[in-house]
Structure formats: structure tokens, C-alpha cells
Design a protein around this ligand. Structure first.
Ligand code: GTR
Length: 355
């Protein structure tokens, strides 16, 4: 399908090209690695490498959960890095019965299961497990001089932003999951909302073992293209939340159009896997149009790799739209900034068919 209206909007943004002239699919692994490197260097910083080793223990025996339809356990991971050991917990809600189950690694704002952002019983009833990780257990979401948690163990010079540390932790939860026969390691999705949607996108870019990468209302420095973005911008986000990013990202304040990258580099790094973006009508701070435009801007990468990209009409989205015809999906729901059952159900509707 031709998209003259959307193509004109994108060409006016003058986005840096994701793929070089004459691109050949065999070049994708190398180009993908470059895109991830650019986003680390320019925006998020460098997370720690893979740990030297990892051990885990279940703090509690799995408890009967959701009337016996699932078990719930708290798992404590201890990760050994060159700098020392770091320990953090997560919670595993796994359906009982015949596995292996597809599963979510969900990075959340609270440790609770269920939680207003985590309708765990509905997720279990649909045949998915969910491993939920409380981000403050990894690195404090606030100004702490990078003294606490994982941040406190790492060198201060050229420090990683906290989004990068939370993303790294999501991969450690995945390490655990891949050893659990109840879970289907080929069907792992990483998901988060808002600042943790940015985190999920980065986790999916860093770790190709995630078969699906899901951003809910991630907005600025997440799914939204920065050029011409409405609502939050680099100036605001790096002033209010400098610790989310590396120390060089603020240099692009009000220079979005000059940047040698944009957020389409981050989303393209999910290719050729599943990429799902969700927006909310009233979430103008995140800017649904800019989130949608990023999906439009990356579609050709999937196509160049022989996959269906983003199937969408030649217009901006309206509330109620769901475009799930390719490997890049987008929805715009009614209502405000949150991850609600409606969002989860749309993601699972897509994954039921695609995974
Ligand atoms: C806001 C921030 C957004 C978004 C949001 C959230 O204050 O400006 O970028 O991440 O927080 O995480 O809920």
C-alpha cells in the first residue's frame, strides 16, 4: 500500500537512514549491532556485560495461586559481576498444567502481584506466565548519586543510565526463565509501561532472545520519534530525570533535528522479531502520533528482511485503532496514561497468533 501522506510527514522529519544504500539482508546483524551501539553511546549508556555467573533461590515454595490455576513464587537472583555480587528478587506467576508456556518479563513500578498494571489472573487464564520485576529493587528511580543498588557497584565514570540497568535486569530474569522447563524459551516477550516501556524497548534491543518487544505509552526517548515531537522533549526529560540516561544525551536539548540518530534506531533493533507499541488517547505527553510515526519509519527494515512490517493506513491514528497485520503492531486506545487490561489483551491477541 502507498502512503503519500505519511511518507511526506516522515520525509519532512529528515530522519537519519536506518539502512545503508544497497542494503542486503546479510548485513543486518552488523547494522543492528551498530544501531544498538549508537543508542548506548548517545542516549542510555553502557549496561554491565553478561554476568560471570548467576545463582537463584526460591524464597518461598510456590504457592497455590488463582484458585490453583497457577503457582506464584518469589525468586531471588544473585548475579556475580567483576565488581562483586548483586542480588534482586522477582515474582514468577506460572500456569499449572501442561507447559511450556509463552511468558512475559514485565518490568513494573511496584512489586505487587497482581497490581493495577499487572492483571495476572487474566494473563494466566490466557495461557501465559508472567515474571515481574520491581525496578527499584535493581536501581532506585531517583537522584541517589548512583550510590545504591546495582548502580552503586559500577564505575561512576561514563556511568550507564538507570533505564539501561533496569533493561539489563530484565535479561537476567530471562536467563532464569530459559532454564525452566515450564516456560517456552522461544516465546519470551519483554514489556513495560512508560519509563519502563522505554526500558522494555532497550531490553529488546540489547537481547535478541526476547521474541517480542512491547512498549506501552513509552513516549519521549522510548517509542516516540524525537523530531517534531509534541509533549515531553529531550530538554524536559533530561532535566527532570537525568539519571535515566547517560551523561551525554542532554547535549541534544533543542537539537533534535541535528541528532545523528532518532528513536527509530532503537525500535528497528527489534527486527525481525515482533514489535508492539501501544498508545493512549489522552497521553499527549508521550504523543501517540510520534509513537505511531516511529512504527511507520521502521517498517521497511522488516520488509528488507523478508517479513511483513507495519501494516497501516495512510493517516495518523485515531482512538480505537489497532493495526496488527504485520510483525510491527500498534494500537491507540481510549483513556489515559496507564497499562490496563485492554492493553494487555491487545498484546496477547497479537501474540496468540504470532508466536
Ligand atoms: C513522566 C515522564 C515520562 C514517562 C512517565 C512515566 O513523568 O515524563 O517520560 O516515563 O513519567 O514513567 O510514568
Amino acid at each position: 500500500m502507498k502512503h503519500p501522506v505519511i511518507d511526506k510527514i516522515l520525509s519532512d522529519l529528515r530522519l537519519p537512514a536506518i539502512l545503508p544504500e544497497g542494503f542486503d539482508a546479510a548485513q543486518w546483524p552488523a547494522r543492528r549491532a551498530e544501531l544498538v551501539e549508537i543508542m548506548k553511546k548517545e542516549v542510555y549508556g553502557y549496561p554491565p556485560e553478561k554476568p560471570l555467573s548467576m545463582t537463584f533461590e526460591s524464597e518461598t515454595a510456590p504457592i497455590n495461586y488463582c484458585a490453583g490455576k497457577a503457582t506464584l513464587e518469589t525468586v531471588t537472583l544473585t548475579v556475580t559481576l567483576p565488581q562483586g555480587k548483586f542480588t534482586f528478587p522477582f515474582k514468577a506467576s506460572v500456569p499449572t498444567g501442561e507447559g511450556p508456556y509463552p511468558f512475559f518479563v514485565f518490568i513494573n513500578f511496584r512489586p505487587d502481584v497482581p497490581d493495577r498494571y499487572l492483571p495476572s489472573e487474566e494473563i494466566i487464564d490466557r495461557g501465559y506466565a508472567v515474571l515481574s520485576l520491581y525496578y527499584n529493587d535493581v536501581a532506585f528511580d531517583g537522584e541517589d548519586g548512583f550510590e545504591g543498588g546495582l548502580a552503586g557497584m559500577l564505575p561512576k565514570e561514563d556511568r550507564c543510565g538507570k533505564i539501561g540497568l533496569w533493561a539489563w535486569a530484565a535479561s537476567r530474569v530471562l536467563d532464569w526463565a530459559l532454564d525452566d522447563p515450564r516456560l517456552d524459551g522461544e516465546k519470551a516477550a519483554v514489556i513495560g509501561h512508560s519509563r519502563l516501556g522505554k526500558t522494555a524497548l532497550l531490553a529488546g534491543a540489547l537481547d535478541e532472545r526476547f521474541a517480542a518487544v512491547i512498549s506501552n505509552d513509552s513516549g519521549c526517548s522510548g517509542a516516540a520519534i524525537s523530531r517534531n515531537k509534541a509533549g515531553e522533549r529531550i530538554e524536559t526529560i533530561t532535566r527532570v530525570f537525568p539519571y535515566w540516561f547517560n551523561e551525554s544525551y542532554p547535549q541534544y536539548t533543542d537539537l533534535e533535528r541535528e541528532m545523528p540518530f532518532d528513536q527509530h534506531f532503537l525500535l528497528a533493533a527489534a527486527a525481525p522479531r515482533i514489535l508492539l507499541v501501544g498508545s493512549a488517547e489522552q497521553d499527549l505527553w508521550a504523543d501517540p502520533n510520534s509513537e505511531y510515526l516511529t512504527c511507520c519509519a521502521v517498517s521497511h527494515v522488516w520488509e528488507a528482511l523478508g517479513e511483513k512490517g507495519f501494516v497501516h493506513p495512510d493517516r495518523l491514528p485515531v482512538p480505537g485503532d489497532t493495526f496488527h497485520g504485520g510483525k510491527v503492531g500498534y494500537h491507540l486506545r481510549h483513556g489515559s496514561h496507564a497499562i490496563c487490561r485492554d492493553d494487555w489483551n491487545r498484546y496477547m491477541d497479537f501474540l496468540d497468533k504470532a508466536l
